[in-house]
Design a binder for this molecule. Structure first.
Ligand SMILES: [Zn+2]
Length: 332
């Protein structure tokens, strides 16, 4: 592979260097300059335009014991899109300059080399992180939600909001539960039939009991990733219902009320998807859903930061200022 395949108009590639963010310790980021990598057989080099900032980054950002620093350049960024700026040998069906969404792990950078079969063409008029939308589609599929189901969604961030839209469009009656008034308003815009402020545990349980005639919910999706919302979600599941864990629980072990889970005979689904081929097909579905307007991301990607302000983007993802829902970093 040589740089002659690089489009001359691409000044970043001409410099033959790339920039990448890495964590040097809890809450600290540095930008490093590296030689531009060449794609090998079957690979592509992407000039990254943007990368979504995922709440799952907040574990590493806080710097738990299991983390080691510095992290790999570009690491934690897994929601990237950009334009192909070099093709490795044997890659066909994709062209230089073409915009793609891709499945990668080092997207907080100006460039990333990924397998060509982990890239999906993105229409030129669309620039958005397909990966987190695919995440919502995967969770939705695993939730088994059907028409007429009563569904509670605990935690209305980007994921919870998309799941509210998918569940209500599928004919479910959604009760959205969230801490912030702005999130409850967002849930109503996304089709929630009811909203409940996530304040007092007992009050929430009683309100959902009342809203469901004492039966509770056929499906409850926990989309926060903390102990209390997990406890709450478990209590809202009807007998024989399903508890879907969409939150990312990475800050230590959890306790569950197994006696209650046993008694109610609930199904528990850990809805995170790891298989790349399943992710890629969900990303394709995400691109189609956004293109056709079935999913509307306006109002969901609320903040954008340049790569060198990734630290601010992560702080905002943690602190959720104002109407914050989700941030992207722009990489070029
Ligand atoms: Zn993510």
């Amino acid at each position: 592979m040589n740089v002659s395949l690089t489009p001359a108009r691409d000044h970043r590639a001409d410099a033959a260097r790339m920039r990448a963010a890495r964590l040097t310790g809890p809450g600290h980021i540095e930008i490093v300059s590296l030689p531009l990598p060449d794609p090998a057989e079957g690979e592509l080099r992407i000039a990254i335009e943007g990368c979504g900032v995922c709440a799952s980054n907040l574990g590493p950002w806080a710097g738990p014991e299991w983390m080691s620093f510095p992290t790999e350049p570009g690491g934690m960024g897994h929601e990237g899109w950009g334009r192909i700026d070099a093709l490795g040998p044997g890659v066909s069906g994709l062209a230089q300059g073409q915009r793609v969404a891709f499945l990668g792990q080092h997207g907080y950078a100006s460039h990333e080399v990924v397998p060509a079969n982990h890239c999906l063409p993105l229409p030129d008029d669309m620039a958005f992180p397909a990966e987190p939308v695919a995440c919502a589609l995967n969770i939705f599929r695993r939730s088994g939600i059907a028409r007429g189901d009563r569904v509670a969604i605990v935690g209305i961030g980007f994921l919870g909001a998309l799941l509210t839209r998918l569940a209500s469009d599928a004919g479910a009656e959604v009760i959205a539960i969230s801490r912030r008034e702005g999130s409850l308003a967002l849930a109503r815009r996304m089709g929630a039939a009811r909203t409940v402020p996530m304040l007092d545990h007992h009050a929430i349980v009683e309100e959902v009991r009342g809203l469901t005639g004492g039966r509770f919910c056929d499906v409850v999706i926990e989309a926060v990733g903390k102990q209390w919302p997990l406890d709450l979600a478990g209590e809202l599941v009807a007998e024989g219902g399903r508890l879907v864990i969409a939150g990312y629980h990475q800050d230590g072990p959890r306790q569950v009320n197994m006696q209650q889970w046993n008694w109610r005979g609930i199904d528990v689904v850990n809805a995170h998807e790891r298989r790349p081929e399943v992710y890629l097909s969900a990303m394709q579905e995400a691109i189609e859903a956004v293109r056709k307007g079935r999913l509307d991301l306006s109002g969901l990607i609320t903040h954008s930061y340049p790569l060198d302000r990734l630290a601010e983007a992560l702080d905002a993802t943690r602190d959720k200022p104002g109407e914050f829902v989700k941030a992207v970093v722009t990489c070029c």
